[in-house]
Design a protein around this ligand. Structure first.
Ligand code: AHR
Length: 320
């Protein structure tokens, strides 16, 4: 009898530990659909990479890119629903137009996490959380640099040219709002024109070239650009003029890609506001918390900072 017990016990132990291991394996093996909006910038590529890398550590990830087409993104999400994934992570191209597809996800009992840009839906229960940067604070930081820079200047008017991102997206709206809010404290500051470069380098260059052709660029004191890619384009356009970037025209740009930090060090731009692309850890953490029964905040902000000539020595390696 003892012999049987001695034989059965380790066997039971082996069986239960196998099941426990299988359970853990099962827990780890969520199937997650990840729909990214585009590939328009180095920032975006890093953002994609960060989320994929972090999620793939513990889950099976189905990844699709919408290449800046909302229709394609909607199709991708529909594919995830048909595949009955455990959760959908998506980075919306624009703010409107998601209600229907997210209702389909909700009806299929699939939780959705929105990352980076915001969506505008009347039913807030269509997604469990939004994880992203504070675009308004980014605008505030850019504005603060400009107001500080000109605080002691004798200039009576400070003319600002804005190069804005894709319309009807929250970074574009909020970066304008935050910047406006801060510069409005100094009555000399005025946004004289706003160009739209859709967050794309080539478009930023074209818009700037056209502006230079039709206006007196030497009357502009500040260029406020909503992303680094467009800033690169604008710098290419400015290179064909007598205006010296960083001196004759103060340049504020958002994202903090490595190539723009190099321009900051060279004095070609004056202020680089960070937009944090490293969303992966935050997304993975939210998923883990959600599936272990924790309630998530409806809005999760990621930390960000700002770089200028005053903190060049402490800029961390960018990797994007
Ligand atoms: O939505 C975030 C913005 O989109 C980033 O600033 C920009 O580089 C990207 O295209």
């Amino acid at each position: 009898m003892k012999k049987i017990v001695l034989f059965i016990f380790p066997l039971l132990f082996l069986l239960t530990s196998c099941t426990a291991a299988a359970d853990i394996e099962e827990e780890k093996n969520l199937v997650i659909g990840f729909s990214q909006s585009g590939t328009e910038s180095k920032w975006r590529k890093k953002h994609t990479d960060s989320i994929k890398t972090e999620l793939e550590k513990n889950n099976q990830v189905l990844y699709r890119n919408g290449y800046m087409s909302q229709e394609r993104q909607i199709q991708d999400i529909r594919t995830f629903i048909a595949y009955k994934v455990d959760l959908i992570v998506f980075t919306p191209l624009q703010e409107d137009g998601w209600e229907l597809i997210l209702t389909e996800a909700k009806q299929a009992d699939i939780p959705v996490i929105v990352v980076d840009r915001h969506i505008s839906v009347s039913d807030q229960s269509l997604y469990i959380t939004h994880i992203g940067p504070s675009f308004k604070a980014e605008g505030n930081r850019g504005g603060l640099y400009v107001t500080n820079h000109f605080a002691d200047s004798q200039k009576e008017e400070i003319n600002i040219l804005e190069l804005s991102g894709l319309p009807e997206t929250s970074p574009t709206t909020l970066r304008t709002e935050g910047f406006q809010e801060t510069i409005s404290r100094d009555s000399r500051m005025k946004i004289v024109d706003t160009l739209s470069g859709d967050y794309i380098r080539m478009k930023g260059k074209e818009q700037m070239e056209q502006y230079i052709e039709e206006h007196d660029i030497s009357s502009i004191d500040v260029l406020y650009s909503h992303n680094d890619e467009m800033t690169h384009g604008a710098l290419e356009a400015l290179a064909k003029t007598d205006v010296v970037p960083g001196k004759d025209i103060i340049i504020v740009t958002i994202d903090a890609q490595e190539d723009m930090i190099r321009k900051l060090r060279a004095g070609d731009v004056n202020c680089v506001v960070e937009c944090n692309p490293n969303a992966g850890w935050f997304v993975a953490n939210a998923i883990e918390r959600y599936f272990s029964g924790h309630e998530l905040a409806h809005e999760i902000y990621m930390p960000e900072t700002v770089f200028s000539e005053s903190n060049l020595d402490t800029i961390p390696t960018r990797n994007y």
